[in-house]
Design a protein around this ligand. Structure first.
Ligand code: F6P
Length: 424
């Protein structure tokens, strides 16, 4: 099989992986509409790679054109997602053989895996299957993660929308705190996702500019938490401004590398489940400074807030889906469509293929020059990078009850042809 030769007719399998986003379904719409336009049937795996292993496949051909189009404005993962790590080919050959068996049984020639850096690793492993197992499968990783920590790509679909939600929420909650500060709450703490990278926390910085504008402090996982410096800055801000907004990444760590708030559970990739840094900080503020506080943990609200999606993000999410199909049908393998920024102002971008082995298992953190010297704010360079990503609105249509018109797919199951698979 020549590296860029196009495999003969067959089906395309699409799967969603890892934490879902407000726009991952826009990518699904991009994939399905592009494949339909070329006459290629698309199956989707139920719950990510698990659906492929268990032969739980969905025939997207049973969905109407309108239903697929409505995916562009529907959050969540329409086919289900999972966190599941495929081991190395040597360690777990049975899983790979099973995947090939399922691909063969359903004439899957192209596999598109839509996820973050762990999923890029899974996609890379599957892309190597063709060679080692004598089955012609082309695998494309499709970018997605609110964490914005994928290497090579300028930004990740899903991030622009969570960034917009975070910046808008910081602005709105700060107006609330400012109104009441004289007699009530003095400190508001917003906790955001992001695990090891501070991109989402950084986006809060777009809410205002200058020392007195909220957020007054941003806590990044890239900087060790310094309790004394934190308390001093909160106190100085309250004394000067009258109140203080803090945005903290869930991944903030102490000097010993321990997360300030670790829930105690770990996922299949060994990642700690985080959540709860805001109450830890709030207790500290109360105990050491005596200020009244409120804190908020938007958790899944931030990554599912499709009503506040960024137009730029929604467009990019759709575009990577379309490009992934183009690359797959052109015979490419082990690549990912990435977003390349060609200009900051006016913002311009394009999509290009990048090698999966340059992306898998790498984490892109905030560069040093994006964080201010005192460690509590973003720099002008960060602002230049972030600002275009939250631009534009892409509100979903609303029904007469005042709720967004989100689509629920039929998700018709494909008839199974194989015996069930037992994971060892
Ligand atoms: O996928 C990224 C992410 O949203 C992280 O920012 C967050 O820590 C994690 O997922 C939560 O994962 P889960 O939904 O599996 O608990």
């Amino acid at each position: 099989m020549k590296p860029n030769s196009r495999p003969s007719a067959g089906r395309l399998l699409y799967a969603q992986s890892g934490g879902v986003t407000a726009v991952i379904n826009a990518t699904a719409a991009g994939v399905i509409e592009a494949a339909r336009a070329r006459g290629v049937p698309v199956y989707a795996a139920r719950s990510g790679i698990l659906g492929a292993l268990h032969e739980e496949l969905i025939d997207t051909g049973k969905e109407s054109k309108a239903a697929i189009a409505a995916l562009r404005h529907t959050p969540g993962g329409a086919f289900g997602s999972c966190r599941y790590k495929l081991k190395s080919l040597e360690a777990h050959r049975a899983e790979y053989e099973r995947l090939i068996e399922v691909f063969r049984a359903h004439q899957i020639r192209w596999f598109l895996y839509n996820g973050g850096n762990d999923s890029a690793d899974t996609a890379l492993k599957i892309s190597q299957l063709g060679k080692s197992m004598g089955y012609d499968i082309r695998c494309i990783g499709v970018p997605k993660t609110v964490d914005n920590d994928l290497a090579v790509t300028d930004c990740c679909p899903g991030f622009g929308s969570v960034a917009k939600y975070t910046a808008v929420s910081t602005l709105e909650a700060s107006l609330d705190v400012a109104s009441m500060a004289e007699t009530s709450t003095k400190v508001f703490i917003l906790e955001v996702m992001g695990r090891h990278a501070g991109w989402i926390a950084a986006a809060a910085g777009l809410a205002g500019e200058g020392a007195d504008a909220a957020p007054h402090l941003i806590l990044f996982p890239e900087r060790v938490f310094d309790e004394a410096a934190f308390l001093a800055k909160v106190k100085a801000t309250v004394e000067r401004v009258g109140w203080c907004t803090v945005v903290a990444s869930e991944g903030v760590r102490d000097r010993d590398g321990r997360f300030l708030a670790e829930a105690g559970t770990r996922d299949a990739f060994g990642h700690a489940q985080l959540g709860g840094v805001a109450p830890v900080l709030a207790a500290l503020v109360k105990q050491k400074l005596g200020y009244k506080y409120h804190w908020a943990l938007p958790d899944y609200l931030q990554r599912s807030a499709r009503h506040l999606a960024s137009r730029t993000d929604a467009d990019q999410a759709y575009a990577v889906g379309q490009a992934a199909v183009k690359y797959a049908l052109a015979g490419m393998n082990a690549v990912m469509p990435v977003i390349v920024r060609t200009a900051d102002a006016p913002y311009r971008w394009k999509i290009e293929p990048a090698r999966l082995d340059k992306i898998a298992n790498r984490e892109k953190k905030m560069p040093k020059h994006f964080i201010s010297r005192d460690g509590f704010a973003i720099t002008a360079a960060a602002r230049r990078y972030l600002a275009p990503l939250i631009r534009g609105e892409a509100a979903p249509p609303y029904d007469k009850h005042g709720l967004p018109n989100y689509v629920q797919l039929k998700n018709v199951a494909v008839t199974q042809q194989l015996a069930s698979f037992q994971e060892s």
